[in-house]
Design a protein. Structure first.
Length: 331
């Protein structure tokens, strides 16, 4: 079947083309709304600016397809192969991409709002500037595996309020992204770039953030209970009101970070760089400060009850009205 034939047959009212072979066909700008191309071979097909809303592309082969600007709103792409496909600026609102293979695909500036992305593979994909508000990436044990976004380019992506529990985001690039109010419980963020990202109210409980870069990120009221932040870079980060109970922060860098009113109860802060950090009013009960650099830090009114400061660097540290490890108040 060629491009002319499918367009003519569709114009005549036919919509069922399941299993068709249209490899490398040129269908840019084609109007194929609601077409059935399930299990079709569409490798390297040109669908630039085409209309494929509500199309059935379940388990179709769209590897290396050119889909920039295409309309795939409410399309069924479940199990489709989109490896190395170009969907730059495509619209996929409420599309079903469950179990789709989107490895190395280009979704730059694409609209994936309210799309179902459960158990899909976006490793190495580019989603810079994409909108994923309301997208379903939820991990459901025994039903869907966590989404794979390992190494993906997600710079500036909008993930406001998205559920990313258990997601694999290791070594992904999320610089400048909006992850406010996202849930990232148990997510793998090892080596991930989150510089200058909006993470206000995000949940990182039990997440793996070893060697992650969160420098200058805004994480007001973030929840990091039991998170692993070993070696993470939080230079200049805004962490006012964040919670870190039982978190592992050894060797992390929080130089010039704002950690005021934060709760770090029982956290491991050994060898952490907190020089020039703002820790006013922070809860630091039972914190382990072995070889921690607190030089020039402001711990005014902080609670250090039963904390171990014996090996910390307290050069020029401000402790005005702080509760000291023995329960007394500092001048």
């Amino acid at each position: 079947m060629n491009a002319t034939e499918i367009v003519n047959r569709y114009s005549a009212g036919e919509t069922a083309f399941s299993g068709a072979s249209l490899r490398s066909a040129k269908l840019s700008g084609a109007d194929l709304i609601g077409v059935d191309l399930s299990q079709a071979d569409l490798q390297a097909v040109a669908f630039v600016l085409a209309y494929l809303s509500r199309a059935n592309l379940q388990r179709a082969n769209l590897a290396q397809a050119r889909l920039s600007g295409v309309n795939l709103n409410q399309a069924n792409l479940q199990g489709a192969n989109l490896t190395d496909a170009d969907l730059h600026g495509a619209t996929l609102q409420s599309a079903d991409l469950r179990q789709a293979n989107c490895t190395l695909a280009n979704f730059t500036d694409a609209n994936l709002s309210y799309a179902d992305l459960r158990n899909s593979n976006f490793s190495g994909a580019c989603l810079a500037g994409a909108c994923l508000r309301g997208a379903n990436l939820r991990y459901e044990r025994r039903v869907y595996d966590p989404i794979n976004l390992q190494g993906a380019d997600l710079q500036g992506v909008d993930l406001l309020g998205v559920n990313l529990n258990g997601a694999n985001l290791s070594k992904a690039d999320l610089r400048g992204a909006n992850l406010a109010e996202c849930s990232l419980r148990g997510a793998d963020l090892r080596g991930t770039k989150l510089c200058s990202a909006n993470l206000n109210g995000a949940i990182f409980m039990d997440a793996k953030l070893t060697d992650a870069n969160l420098s200058y990120a805004v994480i007001r009221d973030g929840l990091f209970d039991r998170a692993a932040l070993v070696g993470a870079d939080l230079t200049g980060a805004y962490l006012c009101g964040a919670r870190f109970p039982d978190a592992k922060l050894d060797r992390a860098i929080l130089r010039e970070a704002n950690v005021s009113q934060a709760n770090l109860t029982r956290s491991n802060l050994s060898r952490v760089d907190l020089s020039y950090a703002n820790l006013k009013g922070a809860m630091l009960v039972e914190v382990f400060f072995a070889k921690t650099d607190l030089s020039h830090a402001d711990l005014s009114e902080a609670n250090l009850f039963q904390a171990d400061l014996s090996m910390a660097n307290l050069t020029a540290t401000k402790l005005h009205r702080a509760t000291m490890p023995d329960g007394t108040f500092h001048d």
